[in-house]
Design a protein around this ligand. Structure first.
Ligand SMILES: [Zn+2]
Length: 408
């Protein structure tokens, strides 16, 4: 179970406790008491990571070697089959005025953009290249350019979160003298311009404006990356994997790792996600896979909004959800249960921090330590001590008996 943004710092309003420490979590606490605990750094102490890098590490990759940009991860996450050399970009549906000044980078956090995306998918661009365009979570989407001699070394058309009120930026090569990046930048600029022409009078937008909502009248791009081929976790250890998530980034990393992704429209990757459905899919996943990862986003979002009480309440809901999963297992004694996060998101700073994240592993044969509850400070005394996300994954796989011996 990966609780996005789990770790936090002491909060005055919670009597100096963290949301996890202050939360009533009987299930997590029992697992901590009868399991082994510790603190985990996603990469290493002092390094802050994004959700993408945190999950790459949790799925066994070394992000310092394989991180190739967020675009390709999102593309795989929305079901696009990438070829090596394809360039993938993260996109937002956004609202611009007639001078292409960005009024809202998320078009009022629009949801259900399938009809809008459909008029952009397959758009012919120069050099015989057609745009592949698919909707992702909420206002997000993915653009893929597939063809020979492209480059991901290009800037963003998205002016960025602190620059609303600025115009859509012209995409350029990051460095001069790069003809492939020059060509790719032109293709993306063409796509962005055409997206405005095709979206501004779309029926969905007329309807939105009629209701006083912001129109999603352009697509802006960022995070270009090039697809690469790499060995998956399931190949490395000859296991069957399954991931339950509503978020396309995590889904993308899971698919790259060889996992089957179980998701549906009830999983929103937001605080309104259906945790009962998540529990049900987790139990279903355990029937066919050796290794099941259930990712829950909500805690991270409440922390980004500096809402410690909402984070606490959401953590309590997750505790009940895990209990529900355990109660539904036919053979709980044969299952290892691990709980951790992909990084800390302290409410007070509303951002990811490098603080290590608590971790627990429960199951047959673990060296039970003296820790009595699941929390940042309690787990500092745990038997796993302070480990990295890669070490945590390998420790869990080793308990499962699927790792290989190094040496004779
Ligand atoms: Zn995260």
């Amino acid at each position: 179970m990966i609780i996005d943004g789990l770790g936090d710092r002491p909060i005055d309003e919670l009597g100096g406790l963290t949301p996890l420490e202050a939360a009533n979590t009987p299930c997590f606490d029992l697992l901590a008491r009868t399991g082994i605990t510790g603190l985990m750094d996603p990469l290493s102490p002092g390094i802050r990571v994004g959700t993408d890098v945190g999950h790459l590490a949790l799925f066994g990759y070394n992000p310092l070697k394989v991180y190739w940009g967020r675009g390709p991860i999102e593309a795989v996450g929305v079901g696009i089959d990438l070829n090596p050399g394809d360039v993938a970009l993260r996109c937002n549906f956004a609202t611009v005025d007639e001078n292409l000044i960005v009024l809202d980078r998320r078009a009022g956090r629009i949801r259900h953009t399938e009809a809008l995306a459909a008029v952009l998918d397959g758009m012919p661009l120069e050099n015989g290249i057609n745009a592949i365009f698919k909707p992702a979570t909420e206002h997000r989407a993915v653009l893929v350019l597939s063809g020979p001699r492209l480059s991901a070394d290009i800037t963003n058309s998205d002016p960025g979160p602190t620059n609303e009120g600025q115009p859509v930026q012209e995409v350029k090569p990051k460095r001069s003298g790069q003809p492939l990046a020059e060509k790719t930048a032109q293709l993306v600029n063409q796509f962005v311009r055409k997206s405005y022409e095709k979206l501004r009078n779309h029926d969905v937008n007329r309807e939105r404006m009629g209701k006083g909502l912001l129109p999603a009248n352009i697509v802006i791009t960022r995070g270009a990356g090039m697809a690469v081929k790499m060995r998956s976790l399931t190949e490395r250890f000859d296991i069957k994997g399954c991931c339950i998530t509503g978020e396309s980034t995590v889904a993308g990393i899971a698919i790259m790792s060889g996992f089957k992704v179980l998701t549906n429209e009830k999983l929103t990757a937001n605080i309104d996600t259906d945790l009962d459905e998540k529990a049900r899919l987790t139990v279903e996943g355990l029937k066919e896979a050796d290794f099941v990862v259930t990712h829950i986003k909500g805690a991270d979002l409440t922390a980004h909004d500096n809402k410690p009480r909402e984070k606490l309440a959401f953590i309590e809901q997750m505790d009940r959800m895990l209990q529900k999963v355990i109660d539904s297992l036919d053979n709980p004694q044969d299952v290892y249960i691990a709980v951790t996060g992909d990084h800390s998101t302290p409410c007070a700073i509303r951002e990811h921090s490098a603080d290590p994240v608590p971790v627990l592993i429960h199951g047959d044969g673990v060296l039970v330590d003296d820790v009595r509850s699941f929390g940042e400070r309690a787990c500092a005394h745990g038997g796993l001590t302070r480990i990295r996300a890669n070490d945590f994954l390998l420790s869990l796989l080793d308990l499962m008996g699927v790792t290989y011996r190094f040496g004779s």
